[in-house]
Design a protein around this ligand. Structure first.
Ligand code: GLA
Length: 390
């Protein structure tokens, strides 16, 4: 069904028909390479997906906030107040729209009315495809449009991250919200998280295709580990700074590392720093390979990235390793890696199009045998960032 029609009908079922409803779409994202670099001043290379979250939203004359998600239909409508957003902290999915509005208000914008919000997402929650950033940036896009706030896409990304950090207590970087806000059809975004400079790189895959493989293991439990990894990188940097002048791990080169091992003085912290530094280098190289049409070279860097996330950063686990390693060994696969935070979630696989179906069957069989339940596979294409549809 047409998305606008679907959103209007969904809204009407929950809140009643109203022609003042506006419709928005906000994508999920898949990161092609560059994980756990965005909070280390490094580069990332994600693209927005064509799948994500559909919004139908109506402005209200009072302070009431009503929120409904088709993905949590059993919860019905959650009601809150603009004047007391804090009451919605930790409230499950509604903390994402609430946290986004909180961030918009914190930035000094006048959100002078409540909302009736209907959403429906078609990317799995907790899959590492940024369903939460999709909701955050989509909410901000809608609020900016409905209240004429003039928030740019880049600012929507920053505010979405602020909501996630300050309202939801996850110390994430800017990658997810940036990709969701700034993505362009058939492009990947090469973002330097240190300067926020970015380039839209055409995602020309020739006879290859991107496949996303979901472990069906949600990454929810990983949030404390995520914050722990981040703290380990900060500690490694603090020790490095007693010797050299580096603003972030992203400012270092792998050639600098051997001389820093003794000052880091901890094998675990050293491995964490090594991942951040080498992954940042891989991102730059991968973008060059892609632009040069060298898909084999690009894929090899993806696979090397997985290895580093497995051994140095230790954020993969048996589910992601089984998918990525089984895929990487399959003829016609150019590269495979976990994507996002890790600890469950998804892998992204670059595969020759004519080998894709066979790969999905074969990797799916191995995964089910080894893990005991099935993985899900999707074909991915790069779509547009959050926008109004009607
Ligand atoms: C999560 C965070 C991002 C990023 C990735 C890992 O998706 O939200 O900011 O740190 O993990 O690359």
């Amino acid at each position: 069904m047409d998305r606008i029609k679907q959103a209007r009908e969904g809204f009407a079922r929950v809140y009643g028909d109203d022609e003042n409803v506006r419709v928005y779409f906000s994508p999920g994202r898949v990161n092609l390479i560059g994980d756990h670099t965005d909070y280390n001043g490094g580069r990332v290379f994600p693209c927005a997906l064509t799948d994500g979250t559909l919004f139908a939203v109506r402005r209200r004359g009072d302070d009431t906030l009503r929120m409904y998600s088709e993905n949590f239909a059993q919860e019905g409508i959650t009601e809150g107040s603009l004047a007391d957003l804090d009451a919605l902290r930790g409230s499950g999915w509604t903390a994402y729209p609430a946290g986004s509005i909180w961030a918009v208000k914190q930035a000094g914008y006048a959100v002078d009315g409540g909302l009736d919000l209907w959403i429906s997402g078609n990317i799995p929650n907790g899959a590492g495809l940024s369903s939460s950033a999709s909701v955050e940036v989509g909410t901000i896009t809608a609020v900016s449009d409905l209240f004429d706030l003039g928030i740019s896409s880049a600012e929507a990304a920053a505010l979405g991250q602020k909501g996630e950090n300050g309202f939801n207590g996850v110390a994430c970087g800017i990658m997810d919200q940036f990709a969701v806000a700034m993505g362009q059809k058939d492009h990947a975004v090469l973002l330097d998280t240190n300067t926020l400079q970015y380039a839209q790189v055409p995602l020309e895959l020739g006879d290859a295709t991107l496949v996303i493989a979901f472990t069906n293991k949600q990454r929810k439990l990983g949030e404390s580990k995520y914050n722990e990894r981040r703290a380990q990188c900060e500690e490694a940097l603090r020790r490095i700074q007693t010797r050299v002048n580096a603003a972030s791990l992203g400012a270092l080169r792998s050639a600098d590392l051997p001389a820093l091992e003794d000052v880091i003085a901890d094998p675990v912290l050293f491995k964490r720093a090594r991942h951040a530094v080498t992954e940042n280098e891989r991102v730059g190289e991968a973008a060059e390979r892609l632009s040069a049409g060298d898909l084999a070279g690009f894929g090899a860097l993806m696979t090397a990235s997985h290895e580093s996330l497995k051994h140095d950063y230790e954020v993969t686990g048996i589910e992601l390793d089984t998918l990525a390693e089984t895929a990487a060994a399959y003829p016609g696969v150019l590269g495979a890696r976990m994507t996002g935070a890790g600890f469950g979630g998804c892998c992204v696989i670059l595969v020759r199009t004519d080998a894709a179906e066979g790969m999905i069957r074969s990797v799916g069989d191995t995964y089910r045998e080894k893990i005991g339940y099935a993985a899900d596979f999707f074909f991915a294409s790069a779509g547009q960032g959050a926008c109004r549809l009607d």
